[in-house]
Ligand binder design. Structure first.
Ligand SMILES: C[S@@+](CC[C@H](N)C(=O)[O-])C[C@H]1O[C@@H](n2cnc3c(N)ncnc32)[C@H](O)[C@@H]1O
Length: 380
């Protein structure tokens, strides 16, 4: 057994033991080893803001260990414009975390012969796993980046997988291969492209990471009905994918001038609305449209921090002193963002703190909305 085979087997065993890898996917993971798909240059974000390249040639053993660790690996930055001798700013492609890949494949409930459309081919690894389960000729995967698509096509051919790799915008789906039994996106959306619904057969499933400016970690599993609509629950809220390129969110920026803001105090700790509890963060995000957030550590080395919320010209800042019971709030602009966040958190509490799994997404030809328990109860 090669080092790669041994490491792959160990990872597969770990995923199985953790309950992340459904038994029927085990053979696919062993047959389509991850190292074949990961490029020779990967990117580390050591300090959280700048991405630096790491080459397999420099330390093949370390590269292989990274490949067989249960983590996402950045495989492209800045849409491929960054030199692999320099640094990058924005992650534009990655090979997803193996436990998340396994969880998503489990939610797909595929059988041999089903036709599957994947959005976001990336390295081609997920397409190879799918091909193992449903048959090569039944997998179509779309990648918007020409170079990535070409590389995925080449890699799949090298390992003898003849899945179709289409270069194009996954938001359009791929009509020539429709209807599909499954559409699975490996990029996140806040609006499900309607073509995905139109190209899925009634009873078929759309599985997609979903989020908004506030929170991007949910996974929606929609079933298409016979009337051109799709409904279904959020089945996870820890997946955190990059956005479908046309739906990329703006990066939050701190305003420089705090003068003139409205001041108040709050007893609500920002961690409660955006950090401690995935269910709370998800629910609050539903009720505060187009709000991005940021935590900013104090520069004196203490545990104090500021929580920021931004939306257009509006911003809010909550200053947290470690151990304090109330926190100073400053807000400015047409929207009082902290007040909105407090109200959203209160709504979630008054509704009985429903977990993410009680919410669902409806996608109809004319509108999309999030509901609680039933499509008859829209909440956002
Ligand atoms: C997390 S990566 C996908 C990982 C991939 N499934 C794999 O197995 O390696 C997300 C990919 O989605 C692609 N993407 C983003 N927007 C897209 C779009 N509109 N259409 C098709 N692909 C898109 C990105 O270029 C990126 O390669």
């Amino acid at each position: 057994m090669t080092d790669a085979e041994a490491l792959n087997r160990r990872l597969v065993d770990e995923l199985t033991a953790a309950g992340a890898l459904p038994g029927q996917w085990r053979a696919a993971f062993l047959t389509a080893p991850r190292h074949v798909f990961v490029p020779g240059v990967i990117w580390d974000d050591a300090d959280g803001s700048v991405l630096s390249p790491r080459r397999r040639d420099e330390d093949p053993a370390a590269w292989l260990t990274t490949v067989y660790t249960n983590e996402a690996i950045v495989t492209q930055v800045d849409d491929g414009t960054a030199q692999d001798t320099g640094t990058g700013r924005r992650i534009t492609s990655s090979i997803s975390k193996p436990s998340i890949v396994a969880t998503m494949l489990g939610h797909l409930h595929v059988e041999y012969g089903m036709r599957v459309l994947e959005i976001g081919a990336g390295t081609g690894w997920n397409a190879a796993l799918l091909a193992h389960m449903v048959g090569d000729e039944n997998v179509t995967t779309i990648e918007v980046d020409r170079d990535l698509a070409e590389r995925a096509r080449r890699t799949l051919a090298e390992v003898g997988v003849s899945a179709l790799v289409v270069t194009g915008d996954g938001a359009d789906g791929y009509a020539p291969g429709a209807p599909y039994d499954r559409v699975v996106a490996t990029a996140s959306v806040h609006a499900v492209p309607y073509q995905w619904v139109a190209q899925t057969r009634p009873g078929g499933v759309i599985l997609t990471p979903w989020g908004n400016a506030y929170d991007n970690g949910a996974l929606a599993r929609l079933t298409v009905d016979g009337h051109g609509a799709a409904y279904g629950p959020f089945v996870d809220n820890t997946v955190a994918f990059m956005w479908l390129c046309a739906q990329r969110a703006p990066r939050p920026a701190a305003p420089v001038d705090l003068a003139g803001a409205t001041e108040s105090a709050t007893a609500l700790h920002p961690d409660a609305v955006a950090f401690d509890d995935y269910d709370a963060t998800f629910a609050v995000g539903l009720r505060v449209p187009d709000v991005t957030t940021k935590f900013e550590d104090a520069d004196d080395g203490s545990d104090d921090f500021a929580f920021w919320a931004f939306s257009g010209p509006s911003w809010a800042r909550v200053e947290v002193t470690d151990g304090a019971v109330t926190h100073r709030v400053r807000q400015q602009g047409p929207r009082s963002l902290w007040t909105e966040i407090e109200a959203a958190y209160q709504w979630w509490g008054e509704t009985g703190r429903p977990p993410t799994g009680r919410f669902g997404l409806a996608v109809t030809p004319d509108r999309q909305y999030v509901y609680l328990d039933s499509p008859d109860s829209p909440v956002a």
